[in-house]
Design a protein around this ligand. Structure first.
Ligand code: 5CA
Length: 507
């Protein structure tokens, strides 16, 4: 999908917010029921792309390198053990502030925004509702669930000036359950899935590999509330399918594997693993699973049977992490299909029934007037970890190679003779044309040698590069180079711009 550059502020024609726009509403247990009864609800917008959303992080913003902040390192940073960490530091995407805590510099922040945008779009497609909860949580909520003590050393406990115990949230089951119980009274408000993308903190013993295992990291976490186990399993399947599409849109093959639920709880859980030698998880799977893809198939997220069939398709072949590995079952796979390797966990989904709703009293009145605890699950995507995983999956010895869907800029323009009137003018015209097409170009307008400009472009890995120099321009030609294949074609500037615009328009 092509996303056209749009300023973050409201356009001048948008109606201004009124000083006191919200009519008084009842909240809490007396609140009116939300929305029409389930049967009367319109179908989710299944196959169609969701309407474009107005979010600043993933917005396009073309840039001239002389005006950008791209602090590229000449040397390989000694502390980085894996390629993604090394390249992120070298390309000025992140800067460590303390162990496992990073500033996201502009280039890294752009990729983070692109990932967030895909996550939001796929969540919207599945009918899930975005919101935002705080990073700091009151300890009392965690005392209700019993996790304040059970979570252990990874939980960063904080005391405020009034001696109140707080914590930096490592996840949000308690907080969302509290929100739910405060506002939802009847089964008619179900099914309901709320999610947010927010920073988390886990005081990991060994933060390492840059953003892969951080202490502070960005996670999409979603929570479903359902009347029955069957409905909650439908929510589980909805998440599984929407995650498959989310990762596929980023060009990643993420395999759902049966996993262990750890401190989140429950018996039903799958992790999504991207295969990579540098991954922290040991994985065992049937090679047949590598051929599965959701592709462009139409999905109706309200169709229980369809989602169940997709879940079964992706979870029937053996695929497990070392936590749940069963050697006897694994040995039943034909030998030439048995794969043992490593993977990066980029997401996990859980169904844990009434674990939190029982502990915290999250109940609704069912159709017979009885109070029942709601069935819940939680579903996470490692948004900041994905930046590292994407680089692990897409690089060569010169640098990163971004897939078009998540690249920080759509194309690079390299001016080989800065200051030459004709070359400058051709670059400016390309810059304007690509910007207008929403391609989001990065124009290297520095007074630098060609070699230095190419090295920077290769390092930051934009999928397309247009090279503009006086010699080619004499014949009306520029060079269009594909970063992944290294192939270069000569063509007119207009043809190059049109070709790139068409590629992004088709995404
Ligand atoms: N509440 C559930 C689901 S919302 C939950 O917290 N699940 S989780 O523990 O599996 O985390 C979700 C995802 O966050 C993981 O799959 C992983 O991709 C990412 N993640 C977890 N810990 C870290 C970390 N220390 N650094 C970077 N990403 C992490």
């Amino acid at each position: 999908m092509l996303v056209v550059a749009r300023p973050c502020a409201d356009p001048p024609t948008a109606p201004r917010a009124r000083a006191n726009p919200t009519p008084k509403r009842a909240f809490g247990r007396d609140a009116p029921l939300r929305g029409p009864a389930p049967s009367a609800r319109p179908k989710r917008n299944a196959g169609a792309a969701p309407p474009p959303q107005r979010r600043c992080h993933g917005e396009t913003s073309p840039m001239r390198l002389t005006r950008y902040f791209l602090p590229v390192l000449k040397e390989n940073p000694a502390e980085a053990q894996i390629v993604s960490h090394r390249l992120m530091l070298r390309a000025g995407m992140i800067k460590q502030s303390s162990a496992g805590i990073y500033s996201w510099l502009p280039l890294g922040f752009k990729v983070l925004g692109k990932i967030e945008k895909i996550v939001h779009e796929e969540q919207a497609r599945a009918g899930h509702i975005p919101m935002l909860m705080p990073t700091l949580q009151p300890a009392d909520l965690w005392r209700e669930s019993g996790r304040y003590d059970a979570y252990g050393e990874e939980l960063l406990r904080i005391r405020d000036r009034h001696e109140r115990d707080m914590l930096y949230g490592p996840t949000n089951e308690e907080m969302i359950t509290d929100i739910f119980r405060s506002h939802v009274e009847s089964y008619k408000a179900l099914p309901l899935t709320l999610y947010h993308i927010q920073w988390k903190f886990r005081d990991e013993t060994r933060p390492r590999f840059g953003v892969m295992r951080g202490r502070e990291f960005l996670m999409k976490d979603g929570y479903n509330f359902d009347l029955t186990q069957e409905d909650a399993m439908h929510a589980y399947n909805r998440h599984m399918v929407s995650y498959l599409r989310t990762y596929e849109r980023m060009g990643l093959k993420a395999i759902p594997m049966r996993a262990d639920s750890g401190p989140i709880g429950g018996d039903n859980t799958h992790e999504f693993l991207v295969l990579a030698e540098t991954g922290e998880s040991e994985v065992f799977y049937d090679k047949a699973i590598e051929d599965l893809a959701l592709g462009a198939r139409e999905v109706d997220f309200d169709d229980h049977a369809q989602l169940e069939a997709i879940r079964d398709e992706f979870t029937t072949p053996y695929a497990r992490t070392d936590e749940t590995h069963d050697a006897a079952l694994f040995d039943q796979i034909p030998e030439d299909r048995r794969v043992q390797g490593r993977g990066i966990e980029v997401g996990q989904i859980f169904y844990f029934g009434t674990k939190y709703s029982d502990a915290m009293g999250a109940e609704v009145i069912d159709s017979t007037g009885k109070r029942v605890a709601v069935h819940m699950g939680s579903h996470g995507i490692g948004v900041s970890r994905l930046v590292g995983a994407l680089i692990e999956a897409n690089h060569d010895d010169k640098g990163m190679i971004w897939p078009e869907s998540v690249t920080p800029f759509g194309a690079g323009i390299v001016n080989l003779r800065q200051g030459d009137d004709a070359t400058d003018a051709a670059c400016e015209a390309l810059y304007a044309k690509l910007s207008a097409a929403g391609v989001d170009p990065l124009y290297d307008d520095r007074n630098e040698r060609a070699g230095a400009k190419f090295a920077t472009m290769d390092l930051i890995g934009l999928p397309w590069r247009i090279t503009v120099g006086p010699r080619g321009l004499k014949d009306g030609l520029v060079e269009l180079t594909c970063r992944r294949t290294g192939e270069t074609e000569e063509m007119s500037p207009d043809a190059a711009a049109a070709k790139i615009a068409a590629i992004y328009a088709a995404l």
